[in-house]
Design a binder for this molecule. Structure first.
Ligand code: RB5
Length: 155
């Protein structure tokens, strides 16, 4: 698969380790970063780039890392049609695909060590969405998002 990867300044080392690992697993990796060198990389911009790369089909899945994984998940999830979830354990990583069809997982370099992070990523990439009842529930989220975007829900 083609995998998009991105990090803020808190997770450069973890991102580099995961990038190498994902390539070793046989995937193609496209890295999304800042265009200019800067000491502090704001996580929203990186999250938007990876999320938009999924919508444009440049990549199939995304891995985003920051200090906690939380900001990346919140920001990526604001991009229409994107389901981004934070995973620090392998069960969540599997369910992220099997129940939620999440195109992106996020991890926090201050929460998880590199070896467990690699295992989480491996399980996520090996899992796939089975459809069925889960598809109905994911569709309910997509439908509600569409209603918000069309401003039918009066925000
Ligand atoms: C730093 O900006 C920190 O907030 C970030 O790495 C991440 O943990 C956000 O959720």
């Amino acid at each position: 698969m083609k995998i998009g990867i991105g990090a803020d300044h808190n997770a450069i080392e973890l991102k580099d380790e995961l990038k190498k690992y994902v390539i070793d697993l046989g995937h193609e990796v496209i890295e999304y970063g800042e265009d200019s060198a800067c000491t502090e990389i704001d996580y929203p911009g990186i999250a938007f780039k990876v999320a938009e790369a999924i919508n444009s089909r440049e990549v199939e899945r995304g891995i985003l890392v920051c200090g906690t994984g939380l900001g990346m998940a919140i920001a990526a999830g604001k991009v229409p049609r994107i389901r981004a979830v934070t995973c620090h354990d392998t069960y969540s990583a599997e369910r992220a695909q099997k129940s939620n069809d999440a195109q992106i997982i996020t991890l926090g370099s201050k929460i998880i060590g590199p070896e467990l992070a690699k295992h989480v990523v491996k399980i996520y990439l090996e899992s796939s969405f089975p459809g069925g009842n889960s598809a109905r529930k994911v569709q309910q989220i997509t439908d509600r998002e569409k209603e918000y975007l069309e401003n039918k829900l009066g925000l």
